[in-house]
Design a protein around this ligand. Structure first.
Ligand SMILES: Nc1ncnc2c1ncn2[C@@H]1O[C@H](COP(=O)(O)OP(=O)(O)OP(=O)(O)O)[C@@H](O)[C@H]1O
Ligand SMILES: [Zn+2]
Length: 501
């Protein structure tokens, strides 16, 4: 039937046209919806990665020569001294190459947050006019295998091109944590790439890599091996002298009122980090503006300190004054016993919190020893018990602060009884398998040793309680005493009052 020429046919033609258009629109819509769907499909995700990657690469590319110098980093003298050698390495590498010495590649800064690790790394670059590349470990952590490794490679390439350079990787534990049996392909590849890069650059490329972490214990052994991050520097919270210096650095360009006593501010900020102090100085300046003042007064500092303390108390890190006194006596007890019994050389006593410890005594490294006598082992126990005894003598009560000391003291006593035959059980030793059977007997001996040592320590410290108080007082005021300062205090005291033993 041929009807196209008819009116009917015309109508049909128009209908067909409408249908065609409808079909076309429908097809387009379906295609559009399909395309939109496709856009969200995983296949297109690389586009997103590319954008993100470009962003991160730009940041890793953040190449500059920092203007920060060691003068801007207050305190941390020991670390700065150690870094002086690295500065010399970077400045005159030829000197070391001639001697066949290799430039240290990796330094690891570890310690609590806000203590100046980033600032020090910048200062190292600033002092040596090196290019500074900074990245955070978490920036390398990606879901997609190979992306983190690629970023590491690109970072090192850039650093090598603009050598001398300092690469700073904050939160290095994000990529350098101990590898587990449960493999994480992406993380392992990233860490491997970092190891390859660290092994890879040769001696004429002066690139120093600084890693920073709050958790040294989490890091993979491979990262700490010689030739990699083999220099470890502890960056701890500042003592009162360092806090005063930090306050001075952060108030240098601020109009401070005469009423403000920086020394007093330093004393009131026990347990705080450099970042807290810089925060206080800034907060005080903002408050002065708010109060329409022309200078920053003590009121503003008081308010700023209170604000920070309130924040810290929630985290339990600020120690109450009473506890600070107790810790001073506890540490003085250890240090004085160490001095009187002439055991290991005390190199530092401190009441600046470090990790879980509220205070600590550091001893100079011992010479290699292969034999230790009964008396020497008992003296070690007495030094360990010195903290608890001092608390008992001065405050008439004991605290939980000696937990670790007691553990160590008991462990020495256990070895004396079970391994060395140094108890009333005479020359008998107890293999681990027999310990359980003979435990009451062993326990009695351990008790005897600890009791004897405790009583001796108690007597020595009681006879020297004036000296104990003098050391504790100095420690309370200065928060850290070097071995030399401790020796001076003791000598002055002995000259004045004569020695008591
Ligand atoms: N020793 C210091 N001297 C001067 N300012 C300091 C010092 N320590 C910290 N600060 C101040 O605190 C700020 C934060 O310090 P920084 O970022 O270096 O700490 P960090 O140890 O790297 O911290 P995190 O472990 O949290 O990364 C610094 O910018 C600086 O203003
Ligand atoms: Zn102790």
């Amino acid at each position: 039937m041929v009807m196209f020429g008819s009116l009917n046919g015309n109508i049909s033609f128009v209908r067909i046209n409408i249908i065609n258009k409808f079909l076309l629109i429908l097809a387009c819509s379906v295609l559009f919806i399909y395309y939109m769907k496709l856009d969200k499909s995983p296949q297109l995700e690389p586009v997103q990665i590319k954008m993100e990657k470009k962003d991160k690469d730009d940041r890793l590319n953040n190449l500059n020569k920092p203007s920060v110098r060691f003068n801007d980093v207050a305190g941390l003298d020991e670390v700065k001294e150690e870094l002086a050698e690295i500065i010399d390495f970077i400045k005159s590498p030829q000197k070391y190459h001639k001697m066949g010495a290799k430039i240290p590649k990796g330094i690891l800064f570890h310690g609590p947050p806000g203590t100046g690790k980033t600032l020090l790394a910048q200062a190292l670059a600033g002092e040596t006019e090196s290019s500074f590349f900074s990245a955070s470990g978490s920036e390398f952590v990606e879901k997609y295998v190979g992306v983190g490794a690629k970023r590491v490679r690109s970072l090192f390439e850039k650093a090598k091109k603009s050598a001398p350079s300092v690469i700073f990787i904050d939160e290095i534990d994000a990529i350098g944590a101990k590898r587990t049996t449960e493999s994480n392909n992406e993380k392992d590849q990233t860490l491997n790439q970092l190891l390859i890069e660290m092994d890879g650059f040769n001696s004429d490329q002066t690139v120093v890599v600084i890693g920073a972490t709050n958790r040294l214990d989490l890091l993979d052994e491979a990262l700490l091996r010689p030739g990699r991050f083999d220099r470890h520097m502890f960056i701890g919270n500042p003592d009162v002298r360092a806090r005063e210096e930090i306050f001075l650095v952060h108030t240098k360009n601020k109009p401070i009122d005469k009423s403000v006593d920086i020394k007093a501010l330093a004393k009131r900020t026990h347990g705080m980090s450099g970042a807290h102090i810089s925060n206080i100085a800034n907060e005080a300046a903002i408050l002065a503006v708010r109060n329409n003042k022309t200078t920053i007064g003590i009121e503003e500092f008081n308010e700023a300190i209170e604000k920070v303390i309130a924040g810290l108390q929630r985290k339990n890190t600020v120690i109450l004054e009473k506890e600070k006194r107790k810790v001073s006596f506890h540490e003085a007890g250890h240090a004085l016993m160490g001095k009187i019994l002439n055991t290991d050389l005390v190199s530092k006593v401190s009441i600046v919190p470090r990790g879980e410890a509220l205070g600590y005594v550091m001893y100079a490294p011992e010479e290699d020893r292969y034999l230790t006598t009964t008396e020497e082992l008992k003296n070690k126990i007495k030094v360990l018990l010195g903290g608890r005894c001092a608390e008992q003598i001065i405050f008439g009560e004991i605290s939980t602060g000696a937990k670790d000391d007691l553990k160590k003291a008991n462990s020495i006593a256990y070895q004396m009884v079970c391994d060395y035959g140094m108890s009333n059980l005479l020359n008998r030793v107890f293999e681990p398998a027999f310990v359980k059977n003979c435990y009451p007997m062993i326990d009695k001996e351990i008790k005897n040793i600890i009791e004897e040592c405790y009583n001796d320590t108690f007597e020595v410290l009681k006879n020297n309680s004036n000296l104990l108080s003098t050391i504790a007082h100095e420690l309370y005021e200065k928060e850290t005493l070097s071995g030399e300062e401790l020796e001076n205090i003791i000598q002055i005291h002995f000259k004045k009052y004569g020695a008591t033993t």
